[in-house]
Write a protein that binds this ligand. Structure first.
Ligand SMILES: Cc1cc2nc3c(=O)[nH]c(=O)nc-3n(C[C@H](O)[C@H](O)[C@H](O)COP(=O)(O)O)c2cc1C
Length: 385
């Protein structure tokens, strides 16, 4: 396991992840669509704000706790759904779910995960959410929802930014989507990272664990990629989303909302939350960063629906800025994946800990002792940017 004691930032964990992983696997995490302009702009969007600190306040005790979707958590963070996590570290999604549970923040499992809805429910008694797509095979989607009911998941997250798969050229060059090539390239590239390669070979076949009974080859992930890609349905509309919403009584969140009009539609259709998200820049290049549209969305729907953002969050200060602008919470993807790749569960804990410590420090330095007290008076848009 990589030594992460001297990792002081998410960027330090990113460097460790890059060292630990074969290039093709690292690219799959870090890469985005086309010229990766949105990946970069997601990050830059946070630099457009500075703080307006208050001084001489008693900030010994900082309360980071936040209520999200009806439950109290230790901080306003949410682990975003990310597929295929066992490719990054043999402990996969289980490590992330355990770390999230221990940190008392919600976890979301991707449909295309390497461990199942039931496995996560068995190991974590924290808040688990399940991310679905409206696939061609609507029966399979209904089956997922029923399994989440049985396993008492806290909510369903419907990804709505996937009419088609994003044009991820790093992955195309690396042979993803072409199973045989993926196997060969991953293996060859893995030879340069022996620790990863040894674990990859000895920890069992990667599986699309939620659909082993539905896919050819028993769900073998690499062979099933084509079958899964064929499931994406470009004809999906708000009516389909509403039908799914009606099948699930609890929290229902639309992830991938990118404009005010759709935020209003989501509230009108009875969703309990939205994630302003461009999928970490992995779908549409030149999609807007969530932070840029947050203020107008807050203006339009705050109080009717909970508003989360993701994309480019790498610092505790990023979370504080989003909360000051009116978000109910923030999702992170790559930050915990870098931790996972660097050091498994310990690495995920480290990522969450770094963000928490940074949040506490920023809160002290801006003179605000509770997340709940944050408002737009604590930040200022830098007009020259
Ligand atoms: C490797 C990887 C896999 C992902 N897989 C999924 C997925 O299966 N479903 C989904 O809705 N979003 C997926 N996402 C997007 C994340 O949920 C989230 O929107 C994004 O990572 C946020 O940006 P950030 O990585 O900059 O924090 C994935 C992201 C990454 C990096």
């Amino acid at each position: 396991m990589a030594n992460i004691n001297r990792c002081y930032s998410i960027e330090d964990l990113n460097k460790k992840a890059r060292k630990a992983l074969p290039g093709v696997v690292y690219d799959y995490i870090a890469g985005g669509a086309e010229d990766e302009i949105t990946v970069k702009r997601n990050r830059d969007s946070f630099s457009a704000y500075e703080f307006a600190p208050r001084v001489l306040r008693d900030v010994r005790q900082i309360d980071l706790s936040a209520t999200m979707l009806g439950k109290a958590y230790s901080m306003p963070l949410f682990c975003a759904p990310t597929g295929m996590s066992r490719l990054f570290h043999y402990q996969g999604e289980k490590a992330v779910a355990r770390a999230a549970y221990q940190a008392n923040i919600p976890y979301s499992l991707s449909t295309v995960s390497t461990c199942s809805i039931e496995e996560i429910a068995a190991l974590s008694h924290g808040s688990n959410f399940f991310q679905i797509y409206v696939w061609h095979n609507r029966d399979l989607v209904s089956e997922f929802i029923n399994r989440c009911k049985t396993c008492r998941y806290d909510g369903i997250i419907l990804a709505v930014d996937v009419a088609v798969f994003g044009n991820r050229e790093r992955d195309l060059r690396n042979g993803h989507g072409r199973p045989l090539e993926l196997q060969i390239k991953t293996a060859l590239s893995g030879l340069t990272k022996l620790k990863w390669f040894f674990r990859f070979l000895t920890s069992g076949k990667l599986k699309m664990a939620n659909m082993v009974d539905h896919l050819p080859y028993g769900g073998d992930a690499q062979k099933a990629i084509d079958t899964v890609n064929e499931q994406f349905d470009a004809s999906v509309t708000w009516d389909d989303a509403k039908k799914l919403r009606d099948k699930w009584e609890g929290n229902f969140i639309l992830k991938g909302i990118q404009c005010v009009d759709d935020a209003v539609k989501a509230a009108d259709m009875g969703a309990t939350g939205i994630v302003l998200s461009n999928h970490g820049g992995r779908q549409l290049d030149f999609a807007p960063p969530a932070l840029d549209i947050l203020p107008e969305v807050v203006n339009a729907v705050k109080g009717k629906i909970e508003i989360f953002i993701d994309g480019g969050i790498r610092r505790g200060s990023d979370v504080i800025k989003a909360m000051a602008l009116g978000a109910n919470g923030c999702m992170i993807g790559r930050p915990y994946l870098y931790g996972l790749a660097a050091a498994g569960e310990e690495g995920v804990k480290k990522a969450l800990d770094i963000l928490k410590t940074e949040m506490e420090r920023v809160m002290r330095l801006i003179g605000c002792d509770a997340i709940k007290k944050l408002d737009s008076s604590y930040i200022k848009k830098i007009s020259s940017l």
